[in-house]
Design a protein around this ligand. Sequence first.
Ligand code: AKG
Length: 261
Amino acid sequence: MIPIAKPGVMTEHERFMFDTFGYLVIPDALSPAEVEAVLAASRRAHSAYPAGEWRQLGHLYETESAIEELIDHPSVLPKIRNLMGDYFILQSTWATVQPAKTKGGGYHQDGSGVYEFRRLSSAQTPIMQLRVGYYLTDQSEDGMGNMVMIPGSHNHMTAWPKDIKADENDLPIRDVICGKPGTALLFHQGVFHRTGRNDRDFDRHTMHIVYSPPWLIPSDRMRNDPDFVARTTPLRRALIGDWKRPEEPFGVGYPRPPFAD
Ligand SMILES: O=C(O)CCC(=O)C(=O)O
């Protein structure tokens, strides 16, 4: 029971599965050449830090062109627009490494820990972040650092059972997301999820790209580099939040990002 989707436009079937499960799995979202380039960028960035630690590095798209390409990647962007409309920003980007032979992480919902998004509603929390995890290393079997999701857990406010322990006292409905390099996992921030264990003898790399409404602050950067803003495309400039508001704050909106359609 995998909510499998195809790259590109959101079909009605896909939208129904997204609303039901809270995520979609999109094989072949990236070509092998794109995977190779993003993986090389991720390895380059992490090589400046000690090996053997789980780590996320943000804001690399200004210096790594392969990561910049993911800002408005055609495999995923139409689905983001289907779910968020035309006004959203790139809130953050995280090149994530999980070392070989390491345990998984704990279940959580994404968002601001100090003011959790689930406080915004007594029923289903609205979409505040759409996250796309591009698998860069092989995760086609369990135990390769796969994401583990609890399907539909964004849809209610029942408290998370305190005694759940990953892989030990776990939920039988957990879904270990398997995928070859180039697979994308698109999910609602409210879905409980975690990093799965990595039993293999190679580090696992995933590139996470996070979109949010335009009034959330970016979380991987304090500012955009003016040189990057000047040289990137008009659409990417809009998506990184570099637009002028005619009136503060959002009184009469701001120009629609220059999508091709
Ligand atoms: O290890 C990973 O790639 C997933 C990390 C994660 O769950 C998160 O950043 O919210």
